[in-house]
Design a binder for this molecule. Structure first.
Ligand code: SF4
Length: 253
């Protein structure tokens, strides 16, 4: 067996744990602060925090604070910290790089082209995320198979290469097969703090996917889940829009 903390035998032993609460508890007991829940305030994130606390562990939790999040997102982070006596890490973009990008391309560069939107996401989201992943062996994500066509094939466990040294990192989606209705019911019956925008609705328009202000808009009754993200690119991109945090890494370790 490999001496690396992450290897196939580990995945096989964790795969045997079907119950998400038991799985999350086992991961934090084994890895401590080398494991963390990454959340943007979606229902899966808050449910994972609740399950971890119910499993008797104090989870490490982080969010990528792009400095453009909705006020409701910051309110949710505070509510979660209060309820679960946690400190959620707000991981922010590099201030120097951010200032340089704005100087060169302007504050609202994401309207200009797909390339500039990706540059903004890279700097505000992907780089800070990579910084946290550099401190982890296990990354617990809220990905679900029913979120979009691109995510339909999401696995519960995936070993991905991390950083320049391509170190094995275990990416776990404990709630991959949960539905939106299941999550909502869980939050209600367990009084889990939730993002207020996910419960906002007007004439059938609602939020299902949350990101930065401006780049996130509500979706209509017949629109796919991620149609509200970078709406001005919808004609180009269809349903499979991603910000770069969860791009499929085919070149597995
Ligand atoms: Fe920039 Fe918009 Fe991406 Fe946020 S979602 S990082 S504002 S392009």
């Amino acid at each position: 067996m490999s001496n690396a903390p992450i290897h196939e035998a580990l995945v096989q032993s964790l795969e045997a744990i079907r119950d998400p609460q038991a799985l999350i508890g086992e991961i934090f007991r084994r890895f401590g602060d080398r494991a963390a829940i990454g959340t943007s305030g979606q229902l899966t994130g808050v449910v994972m925090i609740d399950l971890a606390v119910k499993a008797g562990v104090v989870p490490r939790v982080f969010t990528i604070d792009t400095l453009r999040l909705f006020p409701e997102t910051y309110q949710l982070l505070e509510a979660l910290e209060k309820k679960y006596s946690l400190k959620i890490e707000r991981v922010q973009p590099d201030p120097g790089k951010l200032a340089g990008m704005i100087r060169e391309h302007g504050e609202y560069l994401f309207f200009d082209s797909k390339e500039k939107q990706e540059l903004c996401c890279q700097l505000r989201k992907v780089e800070p995320n990579e910084r946290v992943l550099g401190t982890l062996d296990v990354w617990l994500t809220g990905l679900r198979a029913d979120q979009s066509a691109a995510r339909a094939g999401t696995s519960r466990f995936e070993i991905v290469p991390q950083g320049a040294e391509r170190r094995p990192l275990l990416k776990v989606a404990p709630l991959v097969d949960w539905t939106e209705a299941q999550l909502r019911a869980y939050c209600e019956s367990n009084q889990v703090p939730v993002h207020q925008l996910l419960f906002w609705e007007r004439d059938g328009w609602r939020y299902e996917s949350l990101g930065c202000v401006i780049c996130t808009t509500p979706i209509g009754p017949y629109e796919p889940r991620r149609a509200g993200r970078w709406r001005w690119f919808n004609a180009l991109e269809g349903d499979d829009k991603e910000c770069g945090l969860h791009v499929v890494r085919k070149d597995e370790v």
